[in-house]
Design a protein around this ligand. Structure first.
Ligand code: ZN
Length: 455
């Protein structure tokens, strides 16, 4: 392990404190000193590797607490459920993990994966078999027989894609224990789903309170935290009261739900980058106006509750929902910070604190990574320009000049250009039906075949 000093940069330390000029000394993979102390300690170390960060922001690496590395920019659940292969999706995920590094992401929480194969990617990264961000992960997402958000596509029992259906309390206990046995860092639960003929607007809670508590008790007894996909007030309140440790989305909270979260200071990762991309760029990919306004409402309806939660000390964590075609790997991991600033009233420095110090919780490494301070692991990036003045600087890999994890600099060269994988994408012959009207126009009749010309 090489010791090094990063000099002449502007440091954003990840605690919300304003940027300051100074050096960072890294020894044995950890931050040894910051500022003047770093410079004087460096003088006693001749031959120390020096990184010149003139004109750059030196900051903790970004942590994305909601990124599905095995989904591979999928266009639909059908593609993930029926076209993915186990080993290949893990290999592809390792290719995508490098895109995260180039985007300045040094830590990622992968909530659920096809064939629960992200425990293997995590272990391969830890063992230096492949290069990628520091990872923590869930296994299969638990759902009830009611299903999740993919309705009838999900099998009544067993696995489908990234889901595992559990149909009794015995199955809940067995499955939680099995996932812990095979190395899940977190238990992921899809607390809400959609049923075909519901009167209820939006997603509904598809578990009983007893079941949610059973999941938490079983996991917590095995020192494993629980995270839940929750949309709507009822689900968010029940998850909070049942003992969930992290709540994804948490949109549509009412007063009771908000209070339940505030009382317990349960971190929320809204993961609204997906919706924000849809609002801003939906028309470019042909999304209908009505669908765009549904997505926009999910953000705007949550402004009050998220703002309040943040003010009351509920940690907001950043998550991109990368894994889907609307949020390709490598491009948008910084963007949740823009959602927090634009909609929830955070300052850019507070948003950076969410993406670093606060999101370390998702890695189960709060207090170890996410800030630049003596004793912290040296997960550090250098970015050209003043990041707090323009968060979107983080969206261009050319601006990201150094990425290190545990003080080890990562390869930021672009990965080789990808070619198509056979049978991997949902094949489509086009998105329109070839009616006669489409073919010939409203009135136009086809010209008769000119037989003489043909022969
Ligand atoms: Zn997700």
């Amino acid at each position: 392990m090489t010791d090094l000093i990063i000099e002449n940069g502007r440091i954003i330390d990840g605690t919300g404190k304003p940027a300051f000029e100074g050096s960072v000394l890294v020894e044995d993979g950890k931050v040894a000193a910051v500022g003047v102390a770093a410079d004087s300690a460096a003088k006693k170390k001749p031959g120390l590797r020096r990184i010149d960060a003139t004109g750059q922001t030196v900051m903790p690496g970004l942590i994305d607490t909601h990124c599905h590395l095995s989904f591979d920019d999928a266009g639909s659940n059908s593609e993930i459920f029926f076209q993915r292969r186990n080993a290949l999706s893990a290999l592809v995920a390792s290719y995508n993990a490098r895109k995260l590094l180039r985007a300045g992401v040094t830590g990622v929480l992968d909530p659920d994966s096809t064939f629960e194969n992200m425990t293997d990617l995590r272990d391969a990264i830890d063992a230096n078999i492949v290069e990628g961000p520091r990872m923590s992960c869930g296994a299969y997402a638990l759902i009830t027989g009611v299903g999740g958000t993919a309705g009838r596509l999900i099998n009544d029992e067993g696995t489908t894609g990234y889901y595992m259906a559990v149909n009794s309390k015995d199955e809940i206990v067995r499955e939680v224990r099995r996932q812990v046995k095979y190395g899940a860092d977190w238990i992921k639960v899809h607390v809400t789903g959609i049923i075909p003929r519901q009167a209820h607007k939006g997603e509904m809670c598809v578990w009983t309170m007893d079941e949610l508590k059973l999941i938490c008790d079983t996991a917590h007894d095995l020192e494993t935290p629980v995270m839940g996909h929750c949309r709507g007030a009822d689900a968010t309140r029940k998850a909070a009261e049942a003992g969930f440790d992290l709540i994804f989305h948490a949109t549509g909270m009412d007063d009771r739900a908000l209070q339940a979260v505030i009382d317990r200071k349960i971190p929320i990762a809204p993961a609204l980058t997906f919706q924000y991309n849809m609002v801003e760029f939906g028309p470019r990919i042909g999304t209908s106006d009505s669908l765009i306004s549904i997505f926009e409402r999910e953000i705007t309806d949550s402004i009050e509750t998220m703002t309040q939660a943040h003010k009351e000390g509920v940690p907001l964590l950043t998550g991109s929902e990368a894994g889907f075609a609307l949020v390709p790997y490598g491009d948008w991991h910084y963007r949740e910070m823009e959602v927090f600033v634009k909609y929830f009233g955070l300052s850019p420095l507070e948003a950076i604190q969410c993406a670093t110090q606060k999101s370390a919780f998702g890695l189960r490494m709060a207090g170890e990574v996410g800030t630049i301070a003596p004793g912290q692991r040296a997960d550090i990036i250098c970015v050209t320009g003043k990041v707090e003045e323009n968060l979107a600087l983080l969206g261009n890999p050319d601006n990201i000049t150094t990425v290190m994890i545990d003080g080890v600099e990562k390869d930021l060269s672009p990965p080789p250009r990808r070619k198509p994988l056979s049978g991997w994408r949902l094949a489509s012959i086009g998105d329109k039906r070839l009616t006669r009207e489409l073919a010939y126009g409203p009135e136009q009749e086809p010209a008769p075949l000119n037989v003489e010309e043909l022969h």
